[in-house]
Design a protein around this ligand. Structure first.
Ligand SMILES: [Mg+2]
Length: 124
């Protein structure tokens, strides 16, 4: 089985390292960026199946990453992972704009995230 190709963008180095370790150990092709601007370049170059993205980042934030992925011909599925909490308002807004899923940080279960990633690549 071919594992999904992932790009992960988050300005928190420890968190991005943790994601990178978890998914690379399990055989996923994962590329990570701590800067939104580099992350967008990475998405264009790597053409990932799934993008994992923080919401609040300096410079280019999660909203802009969502806009970019939605404008692409082969849009990767965008999964937000964020500690930002406004009672679900932002979550609802992003899902309406086309985000595939929204996870609260810290992540309660990396296995649950992995399952959603695998589900995302099989959804159209
Ligand atoms: Mg952040």
């Amino acid at each position: 089985m071919i594992k999904p190709k992932i790009v992960a963008i988050d300005d928190e180095v420890g968190f991005i390292d943790m994601l990178s370790n978890y998914f690379s150990i399990r055989g996923y092709d994962i590329n990570v960026s701590v800067r939104g601007v580099n992350g967008i370049e990475m998405i264009k170059q790597k053409n990932p199946d799934v993008v994992l993205c923080d919401l609040k980042m300096p410079g280019i934030d999660g909203d802009e990453v969502l806009r970019l992925t939605k404008s692409m011909q082969n849009s990767p599925k965008l999964i937000f992972i964020t500690a930002y909490d406004d009672g679900g308002k932002t979550k609802d807004r992003l899902l309406k704009l086309g985000a595939y899923a929204y996870f609260d940080k810290p992540i309660a279960s990396l296995k649950a995230l992995e399952d959603i990633i695998n589900k995302a690549v099989n959804d159209n």
